[in-house]
Design a protein around this ligand. Sequence first.
Ligand code: ZN
Ligand code: ZN
Length: 303
Amino acid sequence: MKFEVLILGSSSATPIYGRHPTAQLVNVNEQLYLIDCGEGTQVQLIKYGVRSNRIKHIFISHLHGDHYLGLIGLISSMHLVGRKDELHVYGPPGLKEIIDLHFLHSQTVLRYALHVHTTQDDVQDVIFENENLLVSSFPLDHRIACTGFRFDEKKHLPTIDREKTEAIGVPSAYLSLVKRGYDYTASDGTIYRWQDLTVAPPAPRSYAYCSDTVRTPSYLPFIQQIDLLYHEATFLHEMVDRAVDTYHTTALQAAEVATEVGAKKLLIGHYSARYKDLKPLLQESRETFAETQLALEGNWYRI
Ligand SMILES: [Zn+2]
Ligand SMILES: [Zn+2]
């Protein structure tokens, strides 16, 4: 099953050096989910060949402009191209008011149903679930209400070991039961354990998105043992005082977080405009957490 993330925007605050404000697209089994929607996100979607009507769910971390100023434009364009499918947007208190106010004054009645769900910034909360995936929000520590998002793939059923079941002669009608954990009793009374007739599924994978936050221990319980951790790394550690003042994180701190939670891989982004060259951020993070990569726009990262 496909589980990967496309970086659409990697800049903090303002667009610069060809970098755009934050947005990411997660593909889980060909279902597309947008995380944050900085200005220019719809242009980036076109650039990277993503049809916006395939997006059914949009998750907004907080109401700083670099994370959501592209949202009204994207919602409007979906309306203009005749979208019919409903759209779900998840975000902090105030987001619904902003969207409603915009369409009130533009006298626009959307052609599709738009559902805005308010996230909570004080508790972890499951906000979306389907047969493949569970998405939860969790509180971060920023100047205003801000949440991260965690994507957990659901556990798959094991696959049938065809060679064994055919050799034993397990009736095909019984195979779906074996997959669900029922043993098979042959006509001679021999019991075959379901574990011996199946191949274990791959372990469920997980992705966590830690948007703007100061480094605190408070959110670490929500991102334990994550396969791929995206963490903002706005500054080099020499700017740690500025990072604390502005409720942001340094590349070193992002690496420490990844180490502490037992992440397999780390993706850093949300780069300050003071860094044209991103290599020093990568180098600083890799000194503590070797499996670090830079979030680069247009790149897909497999989870
Ligand atoms: Zn930001
Ligand atoms: Zn912010």
